[in-house]
Design a protein around this ligand. Structure first.
Ligand code: SF4
Length: 431
């Protein structure tokens, strides 16, 4: 039987799709190259914003056409499956089964039930579940997303993740190191350690900084990255381990969300603006060349113009390399969605636009500062814009394009940065 997976949302979902593919392949299923070849179509979904859910429902309704000519089953997995469960079968008659994020090892039997006309929704939360017996087969030949923990205990008041992914649980470090070792053995040189909140990883006496050290010591690894971090768990030990280990990429994605203390409290973020600012200062003191990126929400319920201005000013003061900026989007089931002082849509949009136009100038400046520097690029492929150019990333996650050939893919090439256009650096190979 052939299956096809369409993946939406964050890198955790990309890693989960690899886990699901491994489970199905180990149970005799085969991956279909095209959706129209599949007997089972799976949508691995995201619930972070309403738009993400609406988009998947549109896709499901679109792909129902395959059922007219063949006996095809459609299944929904991921955060939307976890949030909505059985309700999804009312929302779309195209859905045959729904499987939550802790039940993927049950997929083979749930799929066979679906082919016996038993439409199941299995979304039990299992706060122990880390799929210990499954070593995911990574799809990307050059880099691997390695999940180190699942779930989140932070309950930021705007976020649906703790309700869809359950409580934090850390994967065994021996399995993680084995996952990294296999990924490298198969030719990958870069590994991204993944979790909703990697800094709070703890397995027996192994904390996140120690895990990072062990992972970077695996023979053959050139680059270790990690995401997502929470400011409340960013320890001096982590900064130390990053600064003393050249294999750990000097790029830190640290969600700030707001620059106002009252709003941070209402978001239940667990830190103040000055604490956040000091963390950035510590990172830059230990690693002056480090790239810092962030996430920011504009128009959180109750946010006044003065409170917004504090966010605007803090971003100006910190000068992030780049930022992912969003207007607040109420999520049913979260605390903030019930707040009565919602900010009007046009005000949210206006504030978002002001953040974006300021950040674009800062990012432009940061990228211009790269011109003249020698950077090491891990070549990931042929440039989308030109057959005679290749593309890859610097250690601090900046996309770089330069004249090259396909023989360079998977190699580390030193280039001189000669220009910067938007979020892309242009380089020349150093002979
Ligand atoms: S840390 Fe906050 S924003 Fe991040 S996943 Fe957890 S609850 Fe959501």
């Amino acid at each position: 039987m052939k299956y096809f997976i369409e993946t939406y949302g964050c890198q955790m979902n990309v890693a989960d799709s690899e886990l699901v593919m491994t489970i199905l392949n180990d149970n005799g299923f085969e991956s279909a190259a095209e959706i129209f070849e599949a007997d089972v179509i799976l949508f691995n979904t995201c619930s972070v914003r309403q738009h993400a859910e609406d988009r998947v429902l549109g896709r499901i309704n679109n792909e129902m056409k395959h059922k007219l000519s063949r006996n095809v089953k459609i299944g929904v997995i991921g955060c939307m499956a976890q949030r909505l469960g059985e309700e999804l079968m009312q929302l779309s008659s195209g859905v045959d089964f729904v499987v939550g994020v802790d039940m993927y090892d049950k997929l083979p039997e749930i799929i066979s039930s679906a082919f016996h006309q038993e439409m199941l929704s299995v979304t039990d939360i299992n706060n122990e579940q880390v799929y210990p017996d499954i070593m995911p087969v990574h799809q990307d030949p050059l880099k691997a997303f390695v999940t180190i923990m699942r779930g989140c205990n932070n309950f930021c008041s705007y976020c649906i993740v703790p309700y869809t992914r359950g409580r934090e649980r850390s994967r065994g470090y021996a399995e993680i190191l084995e996952d990294v070792r296999i990924a490298v053995e198969q030719g990958r040189r870069e590994v991204m350690l993944l979790g909703q909140n990697v800094n709070s990883y703890q397995y027996q006496d192994i904390s996140f900084p120690l895990l990072l050290k062990k992972a970077s010591a695996v023979h053959g690894v050139n680059r270790i990255r990690f995401t997502t971090s929470h400011p409340k768990d960013l320890s001096d030990h982590l900064i130390e381990v990053m600064a003393e280990n050249e294999k750990i990429c000097q790029h830190f994605h640290l969600a700030m969300q707001s620059g106002d203390d009252e709003i941070l409290t209402r978001m239940n973020r667990g830190y103040t603006a000055s604490h956040y600012y000091n963390l950035i200062a510590k990172l830059r003191k230990a690693m002056p060349e480090i790239a810092i990126t962030t996430d920011v929400i504009a128009g959180f319920p109750g946010e006044t113009e003065a409170q917004f201005q504090r966010t605007y000013d803090l971003m100006k003061a910190i000068e992030f390399d780049y930022a992912y900026m969003f207007k607040y989007s109420p999520r049913t089931g979260t605390k903030a969605a019930l707040y009565t002082d919602q900010v009007p849509e046009e005000v949210r949009l206006d504030r978002l636009q002001r953040l974006i136009s300021q950040q674009e100038k800062i990012t432009h400046k940061k990228y211009q500062e790269q011109i003249g520097k020698i950077r090491e690029i891990y070549v990931e492929g042929i440039s989308r814009k030109s057959e005679s150019e290749v593309a890859g990333k610097t250690p601090d996650f900046k996309v770089t394009v330069f004249p090259g050939t396909k023989e360079m893919i998977g190699k580390f090439i030193n280039v001189k940065i000669v220009d910067a256009v938007g979020w892309t650096l242009k380089g020349e190979v150093i002979i």
